[in-house]
Design a protein around this ligand. Structure first.
Ligand SMILES: Cc1cc2nc3c(=O)[nH]c(=O)nc-3n(C[C@H](O)[C@H](O)[C@H](O)COP(=O)(O)OP(=O)(O)OC[C@H]3O[C@@H](n4cnc5c(N)ncnc54)[C@H](O)[C@@H]3O)c2cc1C
Length: 589
């Protein structure tokens, strides 16, 4: 059998695996990716790409393609609850509630201040081919679809895998330094004793991807997601959510849509032929022409891998954590796992870091996933709370449900107080749609971060209020800087395969310290003395507001734009302090 050698073998060509291929190439590391399917997924699945993910895609030159092919911002900054799109009854075609979402509306200024990039929206079935294209562009990456990882064994020096070409039936061996399971937990995890622990099989969801012309029935183009809830459906289990799929238009003219329904665990096996009538009934468009492309099932679960690593094998994405799509943390987390892992694998394969650096992947990403899996389930279940906001009572007779909608839409004081209650209850949905802190505010602890003893930044219980920081472990706070008319984010100074040291006008001593520390550690450090002549200027003081250090302090940023270490002011011996921090982060001590 032929044997190929590569530093990293990636099993799985979904969003997480393909992203890892791109990120490794950007680090200068070769890899082979095997995906058993012939093409990327044809299921719509994820669509919302949060700011952190878009920052990562921006760094790799992918963001502009996503924005160009995805939802324009004016069509993705809101979500809405409606009674129906058709019907001529007094309760039909009513918008009951609309709120800001994903950094739109009143949230826009806040989101814009905190990141160099906005969030994006592009269904996964259209996103994956873009990432694949970028992955395949690199001569460092071998991307093999119709290839399946059949088995593997590992020893102290590497991993030997057997891969089968599913088209020809031929098998070959791959000898790699590391194996990454980005395979939804199908192959790598079970073989290295990973258990996915938590709640599973909670609710059966059905997503229907279809083409229909809704342009005459939709009057507001702003919402990205629309819930349909009406007296006939009875709320909760009887409601459904619809998302525009583009691909050319993303407003009322969207050619394609996806409708999500929940099924009770007690429901009999559902009948696919009943799906189209159910969509028509909920929309109250009995004659709507619908061309179904795909009906897919997925289970609501909230599970986390018992470990992320065994020897030279690690898992990322849905192989490490699975949870409901609410808050859109699934694919986003998978891409962020890949980003966290790529620079570590790069340093390890080049022999620039100690083996313990690989442990920091689990130390850092598993606690984030533990929080996300709980949060996603919590925000999924929170949709049942909206029923109370509308005044719907579980199991109440239809006339009571109708009366609830009548009051909700009525003039006068009863309508006013019912709407006031609805507003309060639906504002809890901000936990899902304005989860700014969940998306940007997570922080890492472990060997690759040097804690500075400062108190932890409080996390907003609603998940919404993000506090920018340069505290070690946090994603570096963003601020716009300027040099000779060029506007650049603090993030643009960092990234990829080098460390970055940010200091101020009085930080000349750090420039030399960085040079010596880099030479001693055998890595490169880019130094920026922000505000000093010839360097980037902090014209409007945005950096000063968030940097949490003095002009003579310094911040060491890792290649993934998370802060590794900082000295809030001048150090007694800057070279020694910086060298010792870098040695620790590289797990060499
Ligand atoms: C309806 C819905 C809506 C969602 N919305 C969002 C959202 O808005 N935002 C968000 O972030 N997330 C969302 N998610 C979650 C998101 O879709 C998943 O988290 C994401 O697909 C996980 O990507 P992955 O690459 O880890 O795994 P997958 O996409 O499952 O890819 C794993 C790949 O591994 C391959 N594979 C497995 N075993 C082998 C083997 N032995 N050899 C070769 N290949 C193998 C499989 O064929 C598969 O292609 C949503 C999910 C659903 C169902």
């Amino acid at each position: 059998m032929k044997t190929f050698e590569t530093p990293v073998l990636i099993c799985g060509g979904g969003g997480a695996g393909l992203s890892l291929s791109v990120f490794l190439s950007a680090q200068g590391i070769e890899s082979i990716l095997v995906e058993r399917h012939e093409t990327t997924s044809n299921l719509p699945k994820a669509h919302y790409l949060n700011q952190r993910t878009m920052e990562i895609f921006r760094e790799h030159g992918i963001a502009d393609t996503i924005y160009a092919r995805g939802t324009p911002f004016e069509n993705m900054g809101h979500v809405a609850w409606l009674t129906s799109l058709g019907g001529d009854g007094p309760l039909d075609s009513k918008m009951i509630y609309k709120m800001d979402a994903f950094g739109g509306g009143k949230m826009q200024a806040i989101y814009e201040a905190d990141s160099p990039t906005r969030s994006g929206n592009l269904p996964q079935m259209r996103l994956e081919p873009i990432i694949r294209e970028f992955a395949e562009k690199s001569p460092r990456a071998e991307v093999l679809f119709s290839h399946e990882l059949m088995s593997f064994t590992q020893d102290t020096g590497g991993v030997t895998s057997r891969v089968q070409n599913l088209k020809t039936g031929e098998s070959f061996e791959v000898r790699s330094q590391y194996l990454v399971g980005a395979d939804h937990g199908r192959t790598v995890g079970p073989a290295i004793g990973i258990e996915l622990q938590g709640q599973t099989n909670l609710i059966d969801m059905v997503s229907t991807h279809f083409t229909a012309d809704l342009s005459k029935h939709i009057v507001d183009d702003q919402p990205l997601l629309r819930w349909f809830i009406n007296p006939e459906g009875g709320g909760g289990w009887g409601s459904g959510a619809m998302v525009a799929m583009g691909p050319k238009f993303w407003d009322r003219r969207s050619e394609e849509w996806v409708f999500h329904f929940a099924f009770r665990p007690s429901d009999p096996d559902f009948d696919e032929t009943l799906i189209v009538p159910r969509i028509r009934a909920l929309l109250k468009l009995p004659n709507l022409e619908i061309k179904v492309h795909k009906v897919s099932h997925w289970l609501v679960e909230s599970v986390l891998a018992s470990k992320y690593r065994e020897g030279r094998c690690v898992v990322i994405g849905d192989a490490a954590h699975r949870h409901p799509p609410t808050t859109g943390l699934g694919l986003n987390s998978g891409i962020q796992d890949a980003h966290n892992l790529a620079w570590k694998l790069a340093l390890l394969t080049r022999g620039q870091a100690g083996e313990k650096l690989l442990d920091t992947y689990e130390q850092e990403r598993r606690p984030v996933a533990a929080r996300n899996t709980k949060w996603a389930l919590f925000t999924f279940m929170n949709h049942f709370v909206t029923d109370a906001g509308f005044g719907l009572i579980p199991g109440a007779p239809p006339e009571m449900q109708t009366a609830a909608f009548q009051t909700l839409l009525a003039d006068g004081y009863e309508g006013d107080w019912t709407r006031a209650r609805m507003h309060k209850v639906l504002m809890t949905q901000r936990m899902e749609f304005c989860a700014h802190d969940m998306e940007l505010g997570f922080q890492y602890e472990g060997y690759a971060v040097v804690a500075d003893g400062s108190p932890a930044i409080p996390r907003a219980p609603m998940g919404d209020i993000y506090t920018p920081s340069t505290r070690p472990g946090h994603r570096l706070a963003h601020a716009w800087l300027e040099k000779e008319g060029e506007k650049i984010s603090t993030h643009d100074l960092c990234g990829r395969s080098h460390f970055t040291l940010l200091t101020g006008t009085a930080g000349a001593v750090w420039v030399e310290a960085a040079q010596t520390a880099a030479e001693r550690a055998g890595v490169s450090i880019a130094v920026h003395q922000i505000g000093a002549p010839g360097h980037y200027a902090d014209r409007d003081g945005a950096w000063k507001k968030v940097r949490q250090t003095e002009e003579d302090g310094a911040i060491l940023v890792r290649p993934d734009t998370h802060v590794a270490w900082r000295s809030t002011a001048k150090a007694a011996n800057s070279t020694n302090e910086l060298t010792s921090a870098l040695t620790k982060v590289l797990c060499k001590s």
